[in-house]
Design a protein around this ligand. Structure first.
Ligand code: NAD
Ligand code: UDP
Length: 319
């Protein structure tokens, strides 16, 4: 049976990846210190014999007995609120955590996949963003702790690939949403859905003209899995190219939730990227991957999930 390690397994994407791997016949070891994760995301696996959880900081030495075939390194605070609250932990997860996870891959002869991010493009001067673009990041701004940690993690991953021959992959994940996001992680999807369901005004940062492109979690996980099975070491964007402004997005959430439109304007955070849309030509050509779930379908699923699971979605992380 193939054996996979998933760091960040108690998080939003990590827990979906664990479910996918179990479905594909893997034995899985999750590693998480719950700094932003939620035990509820793994509760359904309590009696799953093919799943184990190691509660540990990924920045510390990782000891895993036996063979390992594939490591998926997702552990990192990931929402702007989380990484602004946890700047040093974020830098450590990206730098030391990636170093530990790559060391484990090298020792075990395992494949390694890094969960990188569209944030490595910063506030992009090229639109849409393809993998050749080097980005426009402010290294000393408040978001720099996340962006630069991921840029260092990419550099370290390529160094282990070139110097040690580790079979590595880098996925640049664009804004992804779905069930199991934390209600109060500050990202725009849970923020707007939570506000809409609680009858509060939706908080638009800035004038709402900044754009994002939202990918449903099952599409993202499928892309990650296909990449891990490929021979591709170069970074690959995975995201849904449907782009809309944050104001359009707020209106869409209100319409889909069947609730009146109430908006409130707040200051735009420092270094908030003005536009973002993935160029997914590489994923399409090399992996045969394109997203299947359109935004309205994915958002309806997500709104339904938050309606049913708000108490557990409040848990987890630093709250
Ligand atoms: P999340 O916060 O839900 O999950 C991250 C998980 O990592 C949490 O369970 C947390 O407890 C764990 N973690 C953090 N630091 C750790 C450490 N030092 N040791 C052990 N565990 C640690 O976030 P997510 O949205 O699921 O993101 C997962 C990964 O995907 C992250 O690496 C993130 O940078 C990347 N990513 C996500 C998105 C997105 O839109 N969701 C976009 C780009 C990149
Ligand atoms: N945003 C907003 N209101 C909120 C939360 C976020 O207008 O309550 C904006 C935020 O300023 C950004 C966009 O929505 O322009 C996406 O924010 P998110 O934190 O989800 O992701 P990121 O900025 O990392 O893409």
């Amino acid at each position: 049976m193939p054996f996979a390690v998933v760091t960040g397994a108690a998080g939003f994407l990590g827990s979906h990846l664990v479910d996918w791997l179990l479905g594909a016949g893997y034995q899985v070891l999750g590693i998480d210190n719950f700094v932003t994760g939620n035990p509820a995301n793994l509760a359904h696996l309590e009696h799953e014999p093919r799943f184990d959880l190691l509660v540990q900081d990924v920045s510390e030495f990782l000891s895993v007995p036996g063979k390992v075939d594939q490591i998926f390194h997702l552990a990192s605070p990931a929402s702007p609120i989380d990484y602004l609250n946890l700047p040093i932990q974020t830098l450590k997860a990206g730098a030391l955590g990636t170093y530990r996870a790559l060391g484990l891959a090298k020792a075990k002869g395992a494949g390694f996949l890094l969960a990188s991010t569209s944030e490595i493009y910063g506030d992009p001067l090229v639109h849409p963003q393809n993998e050749e673009y080097w980005g426009n990041v402010n290294p000393i701004g408040p978001r720099g702790v996340y962006d630069e940690a991921k840029r260092f993690a990419e550099a370290l991953t390529m160094a282990y690939h070139r110097s040690h021959g580790v079979k590595t992959h880098i996925v640049r994940i664009f804004n992804t949403y779905g069930p199991r996001m934390r209600l109060h992680d500050g990202r725009v999807v849970p923020a707007f859905i939570g506000q809409a369901l609680e009858g509060k005004p939706l908080t638009i940062f800035g004038d709402g003209s900044q754009t994002r492109s939202f990918c449903y979690c099952s599409d993202l996980i499928e892309g990650i899995f296909l990449l891990s099975q490929s021979a591709l070491a170069d970074p690959v964007n995975i995201g849904n190219p449907t782009e809309l402004s944050i104001l359009e997005f707020a209106r869409l959430i209100c319409r889909l939730a069947g609730l009146p439109e109430r908006l409130e304007y707040k200051p735009l955070p420092v270094d908030d990227p003005k536009q973002r849309r993935p160029d997914i030509t590489r994923a399409d050509k090399t992996l045969g991957w394109t997203p299947k779930i359109d935004l309205e379908t994915g958002l309806r699923e997500t709104i339904d999930w938050f309606r049913a699971h708000r108490p557990e979605a409040r848990r987890g992380g630093a709250e």
